[in-house]
Design a protein around this ligand. Structure first.
Ligand code: IPE
Ligand code: IPE
Ligand code: MG
Length: 232
């Protein structure tokens, strides 16, 4: 019998290098973000073909508000138009869109398009595409703790309580976090669940990612030995 390749159930991706991709071509940073969205589509499509169940993409961090107002408003407007404009793509490939992050901090038009996209794709079952928008791991943990205390102000909070009050408690912990553009840090991504995630750092800039990059990640993942503090 042929051995099935081991793929992560949940892959997290820190999409980095859009600005550098544009800079190399003497284009505005916004051109890099637009190209980055094309890479996202290639990657989620391949991930679904490989049998990955969940992919979380880091789209906009709680720290990205520090960028110029032009760049921030471009990112917000491209989110609105692409979420809306790609509905047929999601539905064609069975992609369920979910979102994590501090959505209250987003402009109302972004929130509304998020709500409608999540609703319009809720019956898709091939893969979940989780968009981390206005997301920060520290912020998510703080909000989770606040939600625990709102349920019971006297509570002695446990790890399990925090896990069950994260933004998407139904989504399994991330198995592998990868980052493009040769940066080797988490930049506040999925801090709670990264406790035992495998990490992978790759040189290629995000807009250049193709289907075969997802295949190499899965190969890399299948060779990792996960011990979770135990012994083999
Ligand atoms: C990642 O690319 C996209 C976002 C953070 C929104 P960058 O915009 O950070 O690209 P570099 O790091 O400047 O090349
Ligand atoms: C992380 O990338 C955030 C996203 C990919 C959305 P950044 O480019 O913002 O991270 P730093 O500032 O280099 O750590
Ligand atoms: Mg960057």
């Amino acid at each position: 019998m042929e051995e099935k390749p081991v793929v992560p159930t949940h892959l997290g991706i820190i999409m980095d290098g859009n600005g550098r991709w544009a800079q190399k071509r003497a284009l505005p940073r916004t051109a890099g973000h637009l190209e980055g969205l094309k890479a996202l589509k290639r990657v989620i499509k391949e991930a679904s073909l490989l049998g990955i169940g969940f992919v979380t993409f880091y789209v906009f961090s709680t720290e990205n508000w520090k960028r110029s107002s032009q760049e921030v408003s471009y990112l917000m407007s491209v989110l609105v138009s692409k979420l809306h404009g790609e509905l047929s793509f999601y539905n064609k490939h069975g992609i369920r869109v979910l979102v994590c992050g501090d959505l209250n901090g987003l402009p109302p038009e972004v929130r509304s398009v998020i709500d409608s996209t999540v609703k319009a794709t809720e019956n898709n079952t091939t893969i979940s595409c989780i968009l981390a928008i206005n997301y920060g791991g520290q912020n998510e943990i703080c909000r989770a703790v606040r939600r625990c205390l709102a349920d019971d102000p006297q509570k002695e909070i446990t790890e399990a309580d925090i896990r069950s009050h994260l933004d998407l408690p139904q989504v399994p912990p991330v198995d592998m976090i990868v980052r493009s553009a040769n940066e080797r840090r988490l930049s506040n991504f999925l801090l709670w669940d990264s406790a035992y995630a495998e990490l992978g750092f790759y040189e290629k800039l995000w807009p250049d990612w193709k289907a075969d990059d997802v295949q190499s990640i899965c190969k890399d993942f299948s060779q990792r030995v996960r011990k979770f503090g135990g012994v083999e």
